[in-house]
Design a protein around this ligand. Structure first.
Ligand SMILES: Nc1nc2c(c(=O)[nH]1)N[C@H]1C(S)=C(S)[C@@H](COP(=O)(O)OP(=O)(O)OC[C@H]3O[C@@H](n4cnc5c(N)ncnc54)[C@H](O)[C@@H]3O)O[C@H]1N2
Ligand code: MOO
Length: 391
């Protein structure tokens, strides 16, 4: 069996970065910027007042001095003239600072009587002027790759960028397999359970910025699996769930091979997740075959599917970023497979959940970390540091 790191490297070998498409700015949040974008103007495009008050020459900023108000500048309406010594222009936040003015006195520091203002004794020291280009200059770029967040959207809007080049969303088809599965909301027969991890993975993929659709559940026979494989269409990635192990009804690998899947690997030294498989289908789609146990499928989603989707989006080829924390209680020695143990991170300490059965979704749902135990990791004591993945 290959290691987790070897499996991830083989997945990256077949994970292609997807092409670029252009989307309107209002659809760019959560997408990955694929080529740098450039500011088309300075911001602010003029020296702007940061406060409501009076624009004056800084030499006039003397407590008690009296100045004549000669006009007004508001946001969107500049004052068409110049300020000279002894003069002031009424100004509002966001307005262009008139020519000649070099300081804004806030209105709280002024007494106005008709068109005469008298400056108070305790003037605050700020100029209250935002310089032209003080936020960004025309030509300034936002570099790639970058997962766009709301603040980036606001920045690009201010840069007057209406169309954004982003990596196309990965199209993922998810195929649950098994005679025992029915969809949530259906009436299961006595031997049946509800398909669950297909929905968990779909949610995870959508969070990552992929388009994820569920194929019809494939039954444990060749014809049904072939039918489901025929629906992969233009997907960039097929994720199968279940039917990956060694039982008589575990047919996914054989059916995929008969349909021309070029296998990269099968079985890894990981717990849960041992029967993981991967390869490339004849359609060109990458395939990742996940084990059926719900926790195994979801853990493989964090450890393998997430980095693969990030690679497809152009965010680089890197493993899920691990952190580390001390143990709150001792834990026994690990076996030969790298173990991703459901754990709780509380007050900076990791507590590993006792029952690590890979069918227990209720335990996965309350865990917030996967503690990583390397193969044959010895027993650990309270206070020993362990790596973990936040989940
Ligand atoms: N003799 C051996 N038996 C098993 C081995 C082994 O090495 N030798 N490996 C075990 C390990 S590890 C795993 S993991 C499982 C994986 O098996 P499969 O990938 O073939 O999964 P299934 O048998 O189809 O299902 C396992 C389990 O998960 C349930 N399941 C499947 N799909 C879904 C779904 N979409 N939603 C919810 N639950 C699902 C299924 O009903 C089974 O209970 O094999 C071990 N066996
Ligand atoms: O290793 Mo399996 O993946 O126990 O659930």
């Amino acid at each position: 069996m290959i290691s987790v790191a070897e499996a991830l490297a083989l997945l990256f070998d077949i994970a292609k970065t997807l092409p670029v498409e252009t989307v309107p700015l209002s659809h760019a949040n959560g997408r990955v910027l694929a080529t740098p974008v450039t500011a088309r103007r300075d911001q602010p495009p003029f020296s702007a007042s940061a406060m409501d008050g009076y624009a004056i020459c800084k030499e006039d900023a003397i407590p008690g001095s009296q100045l004549g108000v000669i006009g007004e500048a508001a946001a969107g309406h500049s004052f068409d003239g110049a300020v000279e010594a002894g003069h002031a222009v009424r100004i509002f936040t966001g307005a262009p600072v008139p020519k000649g003015a070099s300081r804004v006195i806030i209105q709280e520091d002024v007494i106005r009587d008709g068109d005469i203002i008298t400056l108070n004794d305790n003037l605050d020291q700020g100029t209250h002027i935002r310089p032209k280009g003080g936020d960004f200059h025309a030509g300034q770029t936002i570099d790639t790759p970058r997962l766009l967040r709301p603040a980036d959207i606001a920045l690009m809007a201010a840069m007057n960028i209406a169309e954004v080049p982003v990596t196309r969303k990965p199209r993922v088809a998810i195929m649950a397999t098994g005679d025992e599965l029915v969809m949530p909301g259906e009436n299961p027969g006595p031997d049946q359970i509800i398909a669950s991890n297909s929905f968990g993975l779909q949610a995870m993929l959508r969070d990552l910025g992929a388009e994820a659709r569920l194929l019809p559940i494939a039954r444990d026979n060749v014809a049904s699996l072939e039918m489901a494989f025929s629906l992969v269409d233009d997907a960039d990635l097929l994720i199968t769930i279940g039917g990956a192990s060694v039982g008589d009804h575990d047919l996914v690998g054989d059916v995929a091979a008969n349909l021309g899947m070029q296998r990269s690997f099968y079985k890894i030294a990981m717990r849960p997740g041992k029967p993981l498989m991967a390869g490339r289908l004849k359609t060109g789609a990458m395939m990742i075959g996940l084990p059926g146990n719900p926790v195994s499928a979801m853990v493989c989603g964090h450890v393998f599917v997430t980095p693969v989707i990030r690679a497809m989006l152009g965010l680089g080829q890197s493993a899920a970023p691990a952190q580390s924390a001390p143990l709150a209680a001792p834990v026994s020695a690990n076996g030969p497979r790298q173990h991703y143990m459901r754990a709780h991170l509380e007050n900076g300490q990791l507590t590993i959940v006792e029952n690590q059965d890979s069918s227990l979704l209720s335990i996965l749902a309350t865990a917030n970390a996967l503690a990583i135990r390397p193969p044959n990791d010895p027993a650990r004591n309270t206070g020993d540091t362990l790596a973990y993945l936040p989940i």
